[in-house]
Design a protein around this ligand. Structure first.
Ligand SMILES: [Mn+2]
Length: 378
């Protein structure tokens, strides 16, 4: 993925890379991941690219932000504290205009609401207050430019926001908070934060006025409006992401045209297969999907012998296996069978039926069971 990023940056002559978290998938990332990120940043800096990074909810802001004062000098801007949110990274456009990029780190409402002077802790309130401070800063810079002429902001002002949150269409009111969630299935907020007042989902209206809003958090690359977009995760993290677009958005602050999607097909593809064992082991699906991470739902009414092993032999990257076929109404629970069983043989038969999706003992197995029971009877 990092290779694809560096290639795309060179190919499209990108000046600035925005990474709106999550950077890592955990607060204590493995050493190889830290080294990989460092190598990528080194390449981007060597290529004259500036990078702006904000931590997501999975990152440790403090650890990700280590050395940021030093890194800033080489063009890597890590916005990891609350106060960073309304201090922009400033760029002068070739045309003379100024672009301000405000990087808002993930702000857990319970932790940051007090510092923002908010009584209630929820994402919408925290985001609204941070955006209010951002506009105060941007307007001050614009005003300073108009009076003092040329010391700070020059020419037309472009304002970009980066944030890590769950945004959706919908008005900023309690009653309408859940409407129009425009996300792919399985893309609910990954973290189960307190949904006080239901204001976990930040309404799009808050982002009005920004020239571009680069969001992180949802895994599918998607466009919420002309200016508000999620880059999505570059890799697929679950089978619910099988059909999601993956990649990035390319935006030109000069033309301000709509952002262009960059498609990155990185890593092993995913496939969701459903059918009987015979269907799944057919030549066509095996040839098509044997190199994919595969999720299998087996629909045989009775679970065939060695079903898991046989599927795995054909699909070496089998990642998920369930037998969903046995749905007949007469199916009794294991405990019901055990209760009704009159002999040891029936208990064992019930057990085998239970764990094998309805398939009781074969004649050979029945013989072994009988021998076993004979051997242990006093
Ligand atoms: Mn996240």
């Amino acid at each position: 993925m990092l290779e694809a990023l560096c290639t795309a940056v060179a190919e499209h002559a990108v000046d600035v890379v925005l990474i709106a978290g999550d950077v890592y998938d955990r607060a204590l990332p493995p050493e190889w991941a830290v080294a990989a990120l460092e190598g990528c940043l080194q390449r981007l800096v060597d290529a004259g690219v500036q990078v702006i990074i904000t931590p997501g909810n999975h990152d440790s802001a403090a650890r990700l932000g280590f050395g940021r004062g030093l890194m800033r000098r080489s063009g890597v801007h890590i916005r990891s504290s609350l106060e960073d949110a309304w201090i922009p990274v400033e760029f002068t456009e070739p045309t003379g205009g100024t672009t301000l990029v405000y990087g808002v780190p993930y702000l857990e409402p319970q932790l940051f609401a007090p510092a923002l002077g908010l009584e209630r802790a929820h994402h919408t309130g925290v985001t609204a207050e941070v955006i209010r401070r951002i506009w105060a800063d941007a307007e001050a810079r614009r005003a300073a430019a108009e009076t003092a002429a040329a010391e700070t902001v020059k020419g037309p002002l472009t304002v970009i926001l980066m944030a890590h949150l769950f945004a959706a269409h919908g008005a900023a009111s309690d009653s309408e908070r859940n409407i129009g969630v425009d996300v792919a299935a399985g893309d609910a907020p990954a973290h189960h934060e307190d949904t006080i007042g239901g204001l976990t989902v930040v309404p799009l209206e808050l982002f009005a006025g920004f020239d571009y809003v680069a969001l992180g958090h949802l895994h599918g690359r998607q466009r919420l409006s002309t200016t508000v977009r999620y880059s999505g995760s570059p890799l697929r993290y679950s089978f619910s992401e099988t059909h999601q677009a993956k990649g990035a958005w390319l935006w030109d602050s000069g033309t301000r045209d709509s952002a262009q999607p960059l498609d990155w097909s990185i890593g092993r593809p995913l496939a969701q297969l459903e059918g009987t064992l015979e269907e799944l082991l057919g030549e066509e699906p095996v040839l098509t999907h044997r190199d994919s991470f595969v999720q299998v739902k087996l629909t045989d009414s009775v679970r065939p012998e060695r079903a898991f092993q046989r599927v795995q032999e054909s699909y070496p990257h089998l990642a998920s296996f369930t037998h969903t076929g046995r749905q007949d109404a007469s199916h009794r629970t294991y405990s019901a069978k055990v209760e009704q069983a009159r002999t040891d043989t029936e208990v064992i038969e019930g057990f085998l039926e239970h764990v094998r999706g309805g398939r009781g003992p074969s004649p050979e197995e029945r013989e072994l069971i009988d021998q076993g029971l004979q051997a242990v009877r006093p």
